[in-house]
Design a protein around this ligand. Structure first.
Ligand SMILES: *Cc1c(COP(=O)(O)O)cnc(C)c1O
Length: 450
C-alpha cells in the first residue's frame, strides 16, 4: 500500500527554530524610526518583551524552543505531511503532490505556532494583558487560545467587516476568554477619529493594528502581538519546514517546488526558509509565494520603506508595499489583505531567491473545491491560493510529461469560511484586479527616507 500520511512522533517536534538571517547573502535592511535612523531595541520595548526583540534582531542560525512551548505544540504537532494521491489522479498528472496540514491546530491554522511562543515570552516578562488585531479572525483565535494557556488576558480589535461576516470566529475567541471589539472602535483615539470621519468605516488591517498598538503603548501591563510580518513570527513558523524536511526524508523524496499562500509572509517563510538553507547550500528547490491579484504586494507593489499600519505608529521597514493607506478590495481570503509583507521575504524576493505569483479569486475557490472533492479537507480560502498555483504547475507537468515533486503548505482549514464558499457557489464572487492607478497613487504617500 502506498503511504498517504507521513507522520512524525511527538519526540520529533523541533527543538530549535531556524533563523534564515544566518544564510541570507546580505544582512537584513534595518527598520527605521520616525527620524529616518535605524531603531535600536528600546524603540520596541514599550510593546514587546526583550526576548522577542532579541529574536527580531537575532543573527544566529538556531534558536532554542522553550520546553513549555514544545509541550503545548504537542497538542497538535508534528502536523502530518500528506501525499495527495487522489488529487494527482483527479488531475491526471505525473507530478507528485504533497501537502502539510496546519489546519489541525485547535485554532485551525498555522498561526497558533507563533501565538503560543509569543504568549510564553510575554508571560515570562510578567505581562498580564495583550492587545492585538485580527482580520479574518485566524490570528485573533490563535492569540486567544495561547493567552488562555499562559494566563494572559487578550483584547482583539477585529476588522469590522469580518466581525460581522464571521460571527463564529468571534465566538471562538470568546470561548478562549478573549474580549473582541469591531475596529474601528470607540476604545482608542485612532478608532474614534476614524469613526468621527466615517461612522460606517468598514475597517482595515492597517487600522486595527493602529488601535492595538495604541492600546498596548498606553498601558504598562499590556503588550502588543503581531500574527505575521515580523522576523520573530516567521522564525516561530519554521517548525513547519523543519518537520517537512524530516517527513520528505522518510518519504524518500524532495520537493522541486514549494507553494504557500502569502499575506504577511509567515506561513510561507515558515515552510520555505528551512528549504532556503538547503538552497543556499546548493540544492535546487523553487520557493513560490502565492498572493491574490486583488492584493498583489510582491508581484506589483513597490520595494520601499513604509509603515506597517495606517496611523504610522510602527517603525518603517524596507518591504514590498501597496502603501500603508491601502484599502483592500473585500475579497474573501481575509488573511491575504495586508498592504505590506515580511521584510525578510521581501529582501530575498528582491534578490530573486524566492518567487511569487498572483492568482484571481475565482480560480482559488475552484481549486479549493477541487481539492476538497479529491482530498476531503476543506481548505481556508487563503490556503486555496497555494493549491491553485500548485494545480497550475501539476497541469503543466501533465502537458510536458514531467514528474516534478510539488509541495503545498495547507495553512488552515476553511470551516469558518463557509459563507465565502456559499458566495462562490451562488455566483456572487468576482475577480478583482487591483488597479494600476491605485498602485501608482500609493507611491505619492510613501514616507520620504534618506
Ligand atoms: C493568516 C493566514 C494566512 C496568511 O498569513 P501569512 O502570515 O502570510 O501566513 C494564510 N493562511 C491562513 C490559513 C491564515 O490564517
Amino acid at each position: 500500500m502506498q503511504k498517504t500520511k507521513i507522520l512524525l512522533d511527538e519526540s520529533e517536534i523541533p527543538t530549535h527554530w531556524y533563523n534564515v538571517v544566518a544564510d541570507m547573502p546580505n544582512p537584513p535592511a534595518p527598520p527605521l524610526g520616525p527620524d529616518g535612523k535605524p531603531i535600536g531595541p528600546d524603540a520596541l520595548a514599550a510593546i514587546f518583551p526583550t526576548s522577542l526583540i532579541e529574536q527580531e534582531m537575532a543573527t544566529q542560525r538556531w534558536i532554542p524552543i522553550p520546553e513549555k512551548v514544545r509541550e503545548i505544540y504537542q497538542l497538535w504537532r508534528p502536523t502530518p505531511l500528506f501525499r495527495a494521491h487522489r488529487l494527482e489522479a483527479a488531475l491526471g498528472t505525473p507530478a507528485k503532490i504533497y501537502y502539510k496540514f496546519e489546519g489541525i491546530s485547535p485554532a485551525g491554522s498555522h498561526k497558533a505556532n507563533t501565538a503560543v511562543a509569543q504568549a510564553y515570552y510575554n508571560a515570562e516578562a510578567g505581562i498580564k494583558r495583550i492587545a492585538t488585531e485580527t482580520g479574518a479572525g485566524q490570528w485573533g483565535s490563535s492569540m486567544a487560545l495561547a493567552g488562555q494557556m499562559f494566563g494572559i488576558d487578550v483584547r482583539v480589535y477585529m476588522v469590522k467587516v469580518s466581525y460581522h461576516q464571521k460571527p463564529y470566529r468571534r465566538s471562538m475567541m470568546q470561548t478562549w476568554g478573549a474580549e473582541v471589539f469591531a475596529s474601528p472602535s470607540e476604545q482608542t483615539k485612532v478608532g474614534r477619529a476614524a469613526l468621527a470621519e466615517n461612522p460606517d468605516n468598514p475597517g482595515s488591517l492597517g487600522l486595527a493594528i493602529s488601535e492595538a498598538v495604541e492600546d498596548a503603548a498606553s498601558r504598562a501591563d499590556t503588550n502588543y502581538a503581531l500574527g505575521s510580518v515580523l522576523n520573530h513570527v516567521l522564525l516561530h513558523q519554521t517548525v513547519i519546514g523543519l518537520e517537512a524536511q524530516k517527513q520528505f526524508a522518510i518519504a524518500g523524496d524532495y520537493p522541486d517546488m514549494i507553494f504557500a499562500p502569502c499575506g504577511g509572509g509567515s506561513n510561507f517563510g515558515g515552510v520555505a526558509f528551512p528549504f532556503f538553507a538547503d538552497k543556499a547550500a546548493g540544492k535546487n528547490v523553487r520557493l513560490v509565494a502565492v498572493e491574490p491579484t486583488s492584493c498583489p504586494t510582491l508581484t506589483r507593489g513597490h520595494y520601499a520603506y513604509d509603515y506597517g499600519d495606517t496611523a504610522m505608529l510602527t517603525p518603517m521597514t524596507l518591504m514590498y508595499t501597496l502603501g500603508h493607506d491601502f484599502m483592500p478590495p473585500s475579497i474573501h481570503a481575509g488573511g491575504l489583505r495586508y498592504h505590506g509583507d515580511s521584510a525578510l521575504v521581501s529582501q530575498l524576493y528582491h534578490e530573486k531567491l524566492l518567487e511569487a505569483v498572483a492568482v484571481p479569486q475565482l480560480a482559488t475557490f475552484e481549486a479549493g473545491v477541487r481539492f476538497a472533492r479529491a482530498e476531503g479537507i476543506i481548505p481556508a480560502p487563503e490556503a486555496s491560493h497555494a493549491i491553485a498555483a500548485c494545480i497550475d504547475e501539476a497541469l503543466r507537468c501533465k502537458a510536458s510529461g514531467e514528474a516534478k515533486t510539488l509541495f503545498i503548505n495547507l495553512s488552515g482549514h476553511g470551516h469558518f469560511d463557509m459563507s465565502a464558499y456559499d458566495s462562490y457557489f451562488s455566483g456572487k464572487l468576482e475577480d478583482c484586479i487591483y488597479p494600476e492607478e491605485a498602485i501608482q497613487a500609493a507611491l505619492a504617500h510613501l514616507p520620504k527616507v534618506g
